[in-house]
Design a protein around this ligand. Structure first.
Ligand SMILES: [Zn+2]
Length: 144
């Protein structure tokens, strides 16, 4: 017996579309189907903690998890546009599997060991921004 994989929306023999290939490359996240071994949100987050992975949580789920207790910090990316405070990171919530933009905004957490490799410290970012502002000639500020 041989198994033939047929693209979902295309005709037989046409192959997979780019969209379908990208969708197949996505990690499914935590297993919620009882047929294949259900994983609770707590189990899944604990698993990610042990592997020192980045954890994305929505506004509803992040109040249930103490990141300091597990050696994690909020991911900070300076936003020069000023639209966000720099702590906002949207994606699929690791606990409830909903898109965080629809759940009131998401936050990413990075382990303390990986923090310096991935993020800039907010205090350092603020100091750099103020130093750059002071270095800027007054003519540039008036014209632009
Ligand atoms: Zn959530």
């Amino acid at each position: 017996m041989s198994i033939v994989i047929v693209p979902k929306h295309d005709k037989l023999g046409e192959g997979f579309s780019t969209k379908e290939k990208l969708k197949a490359m996505e990690h499914p996240g935590r297993q919620t189907n009882p047929m294949f071994g259900y994983q609770s949100p707590a189990f899944w987050i604990d698993d990610l903690c042990e592997l020192k992975k980045i954890i994305v949580l929505c506004k509803v789920c992040r109040v249930h998890w103490n990141h300091r207790k597990h050696g994690y910090r909020k991911m900070f990316v300076p936003d020069t546009s000023g639209r966000s405070d720099g702590y906002q990171a949207n994606g699929w919530c690791d606990a409830c599997k909903q898109f965080t933009a629809n759940m009131g905004g998401g936050t990413a957490y990075v382990s303390e060991e990986e923090y310096s490799k991935v993020c800039i410290d907010p205090v350092v970012a603020r100091r750099n921004a103020r130093a750059a502002w002071k270095e800027k000639p007054i003519y540039d500020i008036i014209v632009k």
